[in-house]
Design a protein around this ligand. Structure first.
Ligand SMILES: [Zn+2]
Length: 367
């Protein structure tokens, strides 16, 4: 299968990925919703947490460097206590902190709660037969105890004074189809939905869907053709997101998330129907190289996302630094701006070279 054929598969036969007609003029940034908990930073970066401990002074220096390069938001994957101590340090340097939280993919509870983990169409649990890699241990969004577990984690993060948002990642099913550039890496071809990557067929999912539709999804000859079964999975993830949104909004804190790059790809590959989520901002991962696309595709992805959410919340372009030379990194800032995105978020903060930062800060200072 070549890239064009992949796009047809990923687009479910629609023309959604074919670029829309030329945009006339510059639409400017997307409107920020005036809901009292607006997300309004300029540009951000994910930081996965340092190897080993960093002192508060080392972090302060990092925040100051980022700020001087044009970054004013850091999406940080650390423990709540560490975030609590870093929020004021970052604020003094003019940087806001978002709590980057891995949502559905949480290993470590296989013994205690084996039933929490998703089951594929072959009947294998991700608890002991994860797809692709050994850490792909996703929990089932249909199970109330799983949702309560996540609500508890989000509630803890929402107690952090001054936190700019709770930021969800892996808020989805495992990839039923991987981005095409990863097929070679894993030595697989995914020209359709194969049983071993198709989730979730646990008892709760089967019974709930059967109660709604009268059909056991395991009895559907080719489940990939069932709109109702696909919709069930969009809806279960959306329901989890909206429960978590309710929790953070109680304290007027924004909820944000890292999602797959366009509405159509997100639904097709990982069952994310993010257009319908109760969100305050989204950072779609427009990692062009994963889809064997040119850098310009980032502009197209921004346009699709911005038009789909229609001003409900801002879209930031998540960009993959290792696939960009310094000039291309600067270009992503222009592409985001010209296509209605609020800014860019870099994956990830430790990757850009001095040359990348110089190009990036020159690009952002033009606004
Ligand atoms: Zn399930």
């Amino acid at each position: 299968m070549n890239r064009k054929e992949f796009i047809q598969v990923a687009g479910s036969g629609t023309a959604a990925l074919i670029f829309a007609p030329a945009i006339v003029g510059c639409p400017g940034p997307s409107p920020v919703v005036a809901n009292g908990r607006a997300v309004s930073f300029s540009h951000g970066t994910w930081i996965g947490g340092p190897e080993g401990e960093w002192s508060a002074d080392a972090w302060r220096q990092k925040f100051a460097e980022l700020k001087s390069s044009g970054i004013d938001a850091v999406l940080l994957k650390l423990q709540p206590e560490e975030l609590e101590s870093l929020v004021p340090v970052a604020a003094e340097e003019g940087v806001e902190i978002h709590a980057w939280m891995i949502a559905m993919m949480q290993g470590g509870m296989e013994e205690e709660h084996h039933e929490w983990y998703v089951v594929n169409r072959k009947g294998e649990s991700a608890a002991d037969h994860p797809a692709y890699v050994d850490y792909y241990k996703f929990m089932c969004p249909s199970r109330e105890p799983v949702v309560e577990h996540l609500v508890g984690q989000v509630r803890r993060l929402a107690q952090i004074d001054g936190l700019a948002s709770v930021h969800l990642d892996y808020i989805r099913y495992p990839d039923v189809i991987l981005p095409i550039d990863l097929w070679e890496k894993y030595g697989i071809v995914q020209d359709r939905e194969y049983a071993e990557y198709d989730y979730c067929y646990c008892d709760v999912c089967r019974e709930t869907f059967k109660a709604q539709s009268g059909v056991d999804p395991l009895d559907i000859e080719d489940p990939s053709t069932s709109d109702a079964w696909r919709q069930y999975r969009y809806d279960t993830i959306t329901a989890v997101v909206n429960r978590l949104a309710e929790e953070v909004h109680r304290v007027d804190m924004p909820l944000t998330a890292a999602v797959f790059p366009t509405p159509e790809i997100a639904k097709t590959l990982v069952r994310q129907d993010w257009v319908n989520w109760d969100m305050d901002a989204l950072m779609p991962m427009m990692y062009h190289s994963f889809y064997q696309e040119p850098v310009e595709w980032i502009g197209q992805a921004c346009r699709e996302g911005v038009e789909a959410v229609a001003g409900k919340f801002p879209i930031y372009a998540g960009v993959f630094v290792p696939a960009l030379d310094p000039g291309q990194l600067a270009q992503t800032v222009e592409l985001a701006r010209a296509n209605g995105a609020a800014g860019v978020v870099l994956f990830e903060g430790k990757m850009p070279t001095t040359e990348h930062w110089a190009a990036f800060s020159a690009a952002v200072s033009k606004s």
